[in-house]
Design a protein around this ligand. Structure first.
Ligand SMILES: [Fe+2]
Length: 278
């Protein structure tokens, strides 16, 4: 079964659970595909965490550092750093000097395989480290968004599936119209808000907000006065946008009325239907 529609949660509403793969780490599972094992998570490693058993995963892993500092093999990652490790990429040593939170995407079951015999990996896919805070951001690819001045930094695009990961930066007052168009994508749109806020008809997404929206669901209009930065992924192909012909009023400060699967509602640690949970 594909992942259910989740739109949206503030990830602060989820409690930390013990990681099944490493007893010292904590995890918040944001969404998962019960059949493929693919999942999106925030993983928290404690200060002085160290792990020196060489292992690899039998699935692709993509990650973005939310806070802290972690070394993997001979590379140090800090807030804003991004990486893509394809199936079989070895992790020889991992060390954290401080508590570190990592937004982590697995494309299958993430059970570690402990073996010095490392399989042949698809090195053309490997992204060891991208320091997003130091990169030059370009224009958004969608012409309507680009015309407003929205900035985009592409992180990865799969050469076969076309699935893409990118950062989007909307400056204050760039998208503050009272009326705007709705949008629709033929693929999954997955978003984690890194800063700022975005106003949608089902509430206000703030730092730490997350959604997984299946294909072909009309949504929006989206507005922001404060601006926002988010990490976006398309799953099932590249993201294209079909804009509505009509415009609709932007719902500023809408009540929190999310679309959530029952399994997730039971995990929320607050009364989620409060007007503004965070
Ligand atoms: Fe969208």
């Amino acid at each position: 079964m594909p992942r259910p529609h989740i739109e949206f949660i503030q990830t602060q509403m989820l409690t930390w659970e013990k990681s099944k793969t490493n007893s010292l780490a904590l995890i918040k599972n944001l969404s998962s595909d019960k059949i493929s094992g693919a999942s999106t998570n925030i993983i928290r490693y404690p200060k002085n965490f160290e792990f020196n058993n060489t292992h690899f995963l039998e699935c692709d892993e993509e990650f973005f550092i939310l806070s802290g500092k972690i070394s993997i093999n001979d590379h140090t990652y800090v807030k804003g750093d991004y990486a893509f490790f394809p199936v079989g990429h070895p992790r020889e040593k991992i060390k954290c000097e401080q508590q570190t939170d990592i937004l982590t995407y697995y494309e299958g079951n993430n059970k570690p395989v402990f073996s010095k015999k490392i399989p042949k990996i698809e090195t053309s896919q490997l992204i060891i480290k991208l320091e997003t805070q130091k990169e030059d951001w370009g224009k958004a690819t969608d012409p309507k968004i680009a015309a407003l001045g929205v900035k985009r930094l592409g992180l990865r695009s799969d050469p076969i599936s076309g699935e893409t990961t990118w950062l989007l930066n909307i400056s204050p007052n760039m998208m503050d119209s009272e009326y705007d168009k709705k949008e629709l994508h033929p693929v999954v749109e997955e978003v984690f808000v890194l800063s700022g806020e975005m106003h949608l008809p089902m509430g206000v997404l703030k730092k730490g907000a997350y959604f997984w929206r299946p294909p072909n669901i009309s949504h929006g209009p989206v507005g922001t006065k404060k601006g926002a930065v988010g990490i976006f992924r398309s799953k099932g192909g590249p993201l294209t946008t079909e804009w509505s012909k009509k415009t609709y009023p932007v719902k500023w400060n809408a009540d929190y009325t999310p679309v959530l699967p029952k399994s997730l509602i039971s995990k929320l640690n607050i009364n989620y239907d409060k007007k503004h949970p965070y």
